[in-house]
Design a protein around this ligand. Sequence first.
Ligand code: FCB
Length: 440
Amino acid sequence: MKLARGDFPEGFLFGAATSSYQIEGHAFGGAGRTHWDDFAATPGNVVRAENGARACEHYHRWAEDLDLMAAANFDAYRFSLSWARILPEGRGTANPEGLDFYDRLVDGICARGLKPMAQLYHWELPSALADRGGWRNRDIAGWFADFAERIMARIGDRVWAVAPINEPWCVAWLSHFLGLHAPGLRDIRAAARAMHHVLLAHGTAVGALRAAGIGNIGGVFNFEYAAPADASAGAGAAADLYDAIYNRWFVSAVFNGAYPEPALKGLEPHLPAGWQDDFATIGAPLDWVGANYYTRKLIAPDTGPWPALREVPGPLPKTDMGWEIFPEGLGHFLVRLARDHSGPLPIYVTENGMASAGQGGDPAQDPERTAYLEAHLEEVRRAIAAGVPVAGYVVWSLLDNYEWAAGYDKRFGLVHVDFETMERRPKASYRALARALSRP
Ligand code: FCB
């Protein structure tokens, strides 16, 4: 890697991310059942019906994993807290083992000189709350804020930064309209409700945390560059609608107090009554904003009911996920986020990375991952030069892990994990980053 720490402003933060269900092993430590366990147990949802019962056994190996974080010269570790590990029923009695686990983990992060960046929800909804309608039920805002307060009462004194809900688009659209993530619904009314309630839960939790004296609260959103499949007006409109649903719905609600028109046109009939009155809660002030970015999509118009669009395979080189590599999209979103939504707030790239099995049959030989990260870091540099307040960059992911519907097939880690022996083996990209981030 040609880039190095010195190419970024003083204090620019480098980190790597993981999430609880993807690495911990939900069979350990008294965690409650989650809707991902249910989704994975349903035929056809997940590759080989794999789930997160064992994952990377991080629950037992967390100290070794934090050592790997520190040895790579990172400044911050972005991790998530499992709601069902802390409150197995989603509400009510806490699991003391779960609270103790995160207490030790946060101490371990601090002890290694890393800044803990806590994500409160990274998708493993307790099944008991799914039974009550999950994200379709407006009450989730209160359930989630209670959970947020309870865990932060335990670890908030040491957490450096906190964000409520990872990637609201995935929580709502991917999971309730496209049906590709838990709970696997394909239902426009469910989707519209989730699109709104995820934001209400975000804002309610931000307000509750603020009232409890917690600071440095952000929001983490994902973005996917939407390009028209051809030069036709129809493709242009389809790409704009895709962009409105994916990239503008959530940040417009949080920062601009409104939903984008093209998306609202299709979703309004299905939104819960009184949605217009919730923007004061949704827009609770934030201290920073996180952007997760991986790829672009080519969008074409389609027949059938709204939104009447479809994805078309693109010509660019692809990762193992089949995702086109398009670093320019990251630069585009950083500029646009500051310009149209978050203004002067610090922006962190909270996720960026690629799935790759490595070269020549050796998963640790991954020059393509180093190149991917470097190309995206170049875009970050360009955005900073253009005046965008980008303050940090976090790689997805420290470890190969449970890649949701793709099971354990897709490897995003800087560190290879053998899912039989659980042995960790740093890849070439890990070593390249460690060198780039070393301090003189
Ligand atoms: C993001 C998720 C993360 C991981 C990466 C590849 O959308 O936040 O858990 O699955 O994609």
